[in-house]
Design a protein around this ligand. Sequence first.
Ligand code: FNR
Length: 183
Amino acid sequence: MSQYTIAVLVGSLRRESFNKKLAAALARLAPAEFKFNTLEIGDLPLYNQDDDAHQAPQVLRLKSEIKAANGLLFVTAEYNRSIPGVLKNAIDHASRPYGQSAFAGKAAGVIGASVGTIGTALAQQHLRNVLAYLDVATLGQPEAFIHAKDGLFDDDGNIGAGGREFLQGWMDKYADWIRKHAA
Ligand code: FNR
């Protein structure tokens, strides 16, 4: 049985982030051969093209973690109808210098939770545009726009009963997508 290492990028640094919790709960729905590793993006400097020739150690770490992964999982908040700056900053770092992107040819899933009823739909759409440019193949269906409300998680941090079947279905498709691209 092949093992799959998934690099997870969470678009929120908030301590009690719904998206951090969603990433953790999704990992529990994954097949046993999938291992999820949430990447640190909060310690990255602000991207500055002047630094491309000597990227910071945190940037080199991020890039090597992405390159080593068999797949990517983006779990993002929505800020002002778009991608939170902290996630865009990480993506910009890992995409550079020109021609040395860590992303090319990777497969990914995109998902997110917000307190608004559209559940990060616009942030996810913007993120898909960015990832398409970076030659990352994103799972198209099912889309998952998660409304963060009471009952989303149970007391143990699992997906609550109301969303479990849908998110298990999402995870099953995601796992198939990663297997297909890794083959
Ligand atoms: C928000 N929030 C938000 N929600 C949404 O559905 N659409 C939006 O455009 C925005 N915009 C936005 C901007 C900024 C600067 C903040 C701080 C928040 C609310 C957001 O969904 C809420 O704070 C979530 O809790 C963020 O996700 P995490 O941090 O819980 O993962």
